[in-house]
Design a protein around this ligand. Structure first.
Ligand code: PFF
Length: 446
């Protein structure tokens, strides 16, 4: 057989790369968490703080990650080895482990969103009050057959996309799914804003209230920005490794941050007008999306359609984020273990599914607990409060202090591109971001 040199895969187009990265960032966090913390933390006042932090600290860390990836042209572990070696590959290992763990439960919830698209047509809309919707949801997540089946199907879709490769799989799926997400989002925003009484919801969401802004608000905003932009775990390093050498990375970072923030903002324009129009309290998390909103949709004319569209939105958000998590793992197996993409996807997809089974069953089917929380919540807590932040901190220090010149060289496309904000960016990575991240960790552990 002819000896072929294995070329590293690359994004086929700039738009494909941007949509895939935005797809990673735009996830459940944008839709079920951002609106809620904004409403609770002073509305427009919080929004301003969030935007300021996302575009400074968040975007700086994102830029660092993309540049590590492109400079090394390797998976998360290999990139640190390539650029420095020593103990640094451990940071990549941590990212790899976090991607594996997060995906194992994120995909469980992805399965729920998928199931709820269909449930919108099969009886969900006949449950008109919150307590009936709650019983139905709790019954669903306690049903081992249903949750495992939904989890399996969702994971299968993630595997199929990644199996097809960077260009034919991830990029192509993003080019179809992300425009779909934007369309569904705009349809739902229009519906929500035209409900009678919508303005009360908008007032709650956006009325600036600076008295609610405290130190912990700022930490909340930063934590949310970090999670929402998928920072600190090797996703963007992996995606960065497929960026071509002529791409303007700083510009891409601004685009991805903008899209992520836009979707989070618009999600609030769906949720608050909708629940306020029906005089219901909005919360955050699974309760809001799987209980409150279906109950509200059921009272609306054409509720089935609104409910199904809403779950399609969540499903796409969850799917593209899951794909990015899975690519971290697959890219490692390909580069470091020399496995084919097919073998990596199938074996690792199976491993992640098996590891996710306790999470899937821990929500009511069986009492599988760890550290006094359900297995799913324990995994989520550990990743968000410890591993993601530690990863982010080490990435800042790595770029800010250890491999600075090499990364600067990469960001400026070897001097061909003038990145005017190089000095402020370095200042953020060296001092501001590390301090801010330590503060998030501290508040999370308290
Ligand atoms: N950024 C995604 C969201 O906002 O839901 C979630 C996410 C995906 C977080 C992947 C972390 C991650 F590694």
């Amino acid at each position: 057989m002819k000896q072929e040199k294995m070329e590293r895969e690359q994004w086929g187009s700039r738009i494909g790369f941007l949509l895939a990265s935005a797809g990673s960032a735009i996830g459940l966090g944008n839709i079920w968490r951002f609106p809620y913390i904004t409403g609770k933390n002073g509305g427009a006042a919080f929004l301003v703080i969030y935007i300021a932090l996302a575009f400074t600290i968040g975007a700086s860390v994102m830029l660092a990650e993309f540049a590590i990836g492109r400079a090394a042209k390797k998976n998360a572990v290999g990139a640190f080895r390539e650029l420095k070696g020593g103990v640094w590959p451990l940071v990549g290992w941590m990212g790899l482990a976090v991607a594996f763990i997060i995906l194992s439960y994120y995909a469980v919830i992805g399965g729920w969103t998928f199931a709820y698209i269909f449930k919108s047509f099969t009886g969900l809309m006949s449950l008109h009050d919150i307590s009936a919707a709650q019983d139905s949801f709790l019954g669903f997540i306690a049903n081992p057959t249903q949750v495992l089946l939904a989890f399996f199907v969702f994971m299968l879709m993630v595997v199929l996309v990644v199996y097809k490769g960077v260009g034919q799989g991830i990029e192509r799926a993003s080019k179809i799914l992300m425009p779909g997400l934007f369309i569904v989002l705009l349809v739902l925003v229009t519906r929500a804003l035209t409900l009678p009484g919508a303005s009360k919801g908008i007032a709650f969401y956006l009325k600036p209230d600076f008295s609610k802004v405290t130190g912990s608000t700022i930490i909340d905003a930063l934590g949310q920005a970090f999670y929402s932009l998928s920072l600190g775990m090797g996703i963007l390093i992996t995606f960065g490794s497929y960026i071509g050498k002529n791409e303007n990375i700083p510009k891409s970072v601004v685009t991805v941050t903008f899209l992520d923030t836009l979707v989070a903002f618009l999600a609030g324009l769906i949720i608050f007008p909708t629940v306020f129009a029906f005089g219901i309290d909005a919360g955050a998390g699974p309760g809001l999306t799987f209980i409150t909103l279906p109950a509200v949709f059921s009272k609306m004319w054409g509720g089935m359609v609104w409910s199904a569209l809403f779950f399609v939105l969540l499903f796409i958000a969850a799917l593209t984020s899951s794909v990015s998590l899975f690519e971290v793992v697959v890219s490692y197996c390909k580069d470091e273990l020399g496995w084919s993409r097919g073998k990596s996807s199938l074996l690792m997809g199976t491993a992640i599914f098996l590891f996710g089974v306790p999470s899937a069953l821990s929500q009511g089917a069986y009492p599988i607990n760890l550290f006094g929380k359900s297995f799913l919540d324990a995994m989520d807590w550990m990743c968000n409060n410890i591993l993601l932040t530690t990863g982010g901190l080490l990435i800042c220090l790595f770029v800010g202090w250890v491999v600075t010149d090499r990364i600067k060289d990469d960001i400026s496309n070897k001097g061909r591109l003038n990145f005017a904000l190089m000095s402020p960016w370095l200042l953020i990575l060296r001092f501001l971001a590390p301090i801010a991240i330590v503060m998030i960790m501290w508040s999370g552990l308290r």
